[in-house]
Ligand binder design. Structure first.
Ligand code: AMP
Ligand code: TRP
Length: 327
């Protein structure tokens, strides 16, 4: 069975972009792979967090993993900071990375834009992500396509280290991206990706949003003025984004949807989309409430950390041995 690893930051508002780009793959992969899913809390402190809110958010994201269908009997679910190996391998990888390649990371450039000085954690973030992945001899990393550059860096580091310290030191992983859904755009500005932190709450649909909020966000979503339901990312980014969302939630192809709404304008299309999204999220929200009430979460995360920790120890022992570290 192939080893799969992925993670999501516990910083509020998990949205349909996270779901369609990443979480949906988590669930699909767990039947025929050995999956490890992490709540990457060490990544979220690269920008300041309120400690109380962070702790709450960690549990919320864990509950959402289970709510969308990650099954702790099949997959390992745990919190990153519960396994010290992530930080340890991160330092070893830091010593094999270059400031040049880290300065070229788009996410770092965006987040540090127009600032004279950026937090060091933000700069090191991709190395920690590489450590997360390499610590578990991961072969497949399901993510949204905004993470492609970080996956490439992870591969570069693994190949570089194998070249110097022995070809069996690290497993070189591959990214896995959805054919559609890999990049869901913001509803208000469909040329930006949907994000957890954008100020306008109607720019995204969060998995726990109530129906009236979903309706408002979709009915307000930016479209163009020609009134034709047609997929054309370049000229009609708003409608194309809504078509993608409709298609992945309903299982109806984009071509079929174009046909269905030929000549009917955006109003009807949007109204139906509201229904599709509300219906798709209802069972997730129900399960989320069940998980939160069940009181099982802490036990699942504790067992997950123990399982993950044992795998991490094995990898670290091998890496340290090859580097000549320790006794
Ligand atoms: P983050 O919100 O940065 O913690 O991302 C968690 C996962 O969701 C990663 O695999 C991202 O690539 C994915 N993701 C984030 N935003 C989007 C989006 N707008 N469309 C598709 N996937 C996304
Ligand atoms: N950097 C990822 C994001 O912002 C989250 C992440 C951290 C991750 N470590 C990872 C994703 C390891 C996959 C594998 O979305």
């Amino acid at each position: 069975m192939k080893r799969v690893f992925s993670g999501i930051q516990p910083t509020g508002n998990i949205h349909i972009g996270n779901y369609l780009g990443a979480l949906k793959q988590f669930v699909e992969l767990q039947d025929n792979s050995d999956c490890i899913y992490c709540i990457v809390d060490l990544h979220s402190i690269t920008v300041p967090q309120d400690p109380k809110k962070l702790r709450e958010s960690i549990r919320n994201v864990a509950a959402l993993y289970l709510a969308v269908g990650v099954d702790p009997k099949k997959s390992t679910v745990f919190v990153q900071s519960d396994v010290p190996g992530h930080s340890e391998l991160s330092w070893i990888l830091t010593c094999c990375s270059y400031t040049g390649e880290l300065s070229r990371m788009t996410q770092f450039k965006q987040k540090s834009k127009e600032k004279e000085s950026a937090p060091t954690g933000l700069f090191m973030y991709p190395v920690l992500m590489a450590a997360d992945i390499l610590l578990y001899d991961t072969q497949i990393v399901p993510v949204g396509d905004d993470q492609k550059q970080h996956i490439e860096l992870t591969r570069d580091l693994a190949v570089r280290i194998n070249g110097k310290y022995g070809k069996d030191t690290l497993v070189v992983p591959e990214g896995k991206y959805m054919k559609s859904g890999a990049r869901i755009m913001a509803l208000d500005e469909p040329t930006n990706k949907m994000s957890k932190s954008a100020e306008n709450e109607f720019s995204r649909i969060s998995l726990l949003d109530p129906p009236n909020k979903i309706k408002k966000a979709i009915m307000r979503a930016t479209t163009d003025s020609d009134g034709e339901v047609r997929f054309d990312v370049e000229n009609k980014p708003g409608i194309s984004n809504l078509l993608s969302i409709y298609s992945v939630f309903s299982g109806i192809s984009i071509e079929q949807l174009e046909k269905k709404y030929q000549g009917s304008g955006y109003g009807d299309f949007k109204k139906d989309l509201v229904e599709v999204v509300v219906d798709a999220l209802a069972p997730i929200q129900q399960k989320y409430n069940d998980v939160m009430e069940s009181g099982e979460l802490d036990k699942i995360l504790k067992e997950g950390a123990e399982k993950a920790g044992a795998i991490a120890q094995k990898t670290l022992r091998r890496v340290k041995e090859n580097f000549g570290l320790g006794l």
